[in-house]
Design a protein around this ligand. Structure first.
Ligand code: MG
Length: 298
């Protein structure tokens, strides 16, 4: 099941994609069929759903396929436009990317012994086909990073490695857009990763039941049609269960939290000379079985 958030005229909604018919079935329609309350957005749905509800939704979907809205008629937004707190991120979590990073703080190309965590503000996160706006005169070095996004499905602390999947709702695509000059200037990554319009998510959240675990998917990024990043999530240095069990030690993960699991080699900063984003560029982040997240540089 692919969950998505959208705008239809003035109205915001969320629902599930009927992939055969390219229709969005509004969650309002699905939950009313089940006599359930309708949470106000996808984040609230993720915070309150139960595993049995997912099964019920699958059944209802089979029966009401004609009550949807054509996908082409809606504007897809970030599935979670206003995360309940900062987005958790992993730095240097693919060996080939760790090796290409030399010019940012602690960019000494070594493979980290422990996961490197940082967070970024997404207020709001942008979605598929939205514009990335570069604050001209402030940064000259905006870069892309395709990442597998893990969406947490229930609260948990001190989660065992073996039970990590129980705490996942699903998966999406993230573009961890980064201002390299600002990252370098301020030593810490937070500011250079948190500029407005620099967290892109979507287009869908694929429920975990649609993907085998461990998650091993081709992941890549194209810039104006040219392949820049090309890897597989099996190449993560710290895999998803390691991230969830380690991050949740002494720190409660909450349903709806978003974890960006790191980016493979091929970012603009890794070229000599570097190749940063410029006005008019089209950046496409894709992950097998999830989709393609496209953004345009204004
Ligand atoms: Mg990143």
């Amino acid at each position: 099941m692919r969950f998505l958030s959208y705008e239809l005229g003035e109205k915001e909604g969320y629902g599930i994609l009927n992939e055969k018919n390219f229709m969005v079935i509004p969650m309002e329609t699905l939950l009313r069929e089940l006599n359930k309350d309708v949470p106000k957005n996808l984040l609230d749905f993720i915070r309150t759903y139960s595993d049995s509800l997912i099964g019920d939704l699958k059944e209802v979907l089979e029966n009401i396929k004609d009550k949807g809205i054509p996908l082409k008629d809606v504007k897809i937004t970030a599935p979670i436009k206003y995360p309940r707190r900062n987005v958790f991120c992993l730095g240097k979590n693919y060996a080939d990317h760790a090796a290409e990073v030399k010019s940012i703080p602690s960019g000494d190309a070594t493979i980290p012994e422990h996961p490197i965590y940082f967070t970024k503000i997404a207020d709001p996160a942008i979605g598929h086909m939205d514009k990335i706006i570069i604050p001209k005169g402030y940064t000259e070095k905006i870069d892309y990073e395709v990442e597998l996004a893990v969406i947490i499905g229930k609260d948990g602390k001190d989660i065992a490695y073996e039970r990590a999947e129980d705490y996942i709702f699903g998966y999406s695509i993230g573009n961890d857009i980064s201002a390299r000059d600002i990252q370098t200037r301020h030593i810490q990554w937070f500011k250079g990763k948190s500029l407005d319009t620099t967290t892109s998510l979507g287009p869908f959240i694929v429920h975990k039941s649609a993907l085998p675990f461990p998650v091993e998917l081709n992941i890549g990024c194209r810039l104006n049609g040219e392949v820049r990043q090309d890897s597989n999530t099996r190449n993560l240095i710290f895999d998803i269960p390691t991230i969830i069990s380690d991050l949740s030690k002494g720190l409660t993960l909450r349903a709806g939290d978003i974890i960006l699991t790191g980016t493979p080699a091929g970012v603009g900063m890794g070229f000599d000379p570097p190749r940063f984003l410029k006005s008019g560029d089209i950046v496409e982040c894709y992950i097998e079985k999830i989709g393609t997240l496209t953004n345009i540089i204004e």
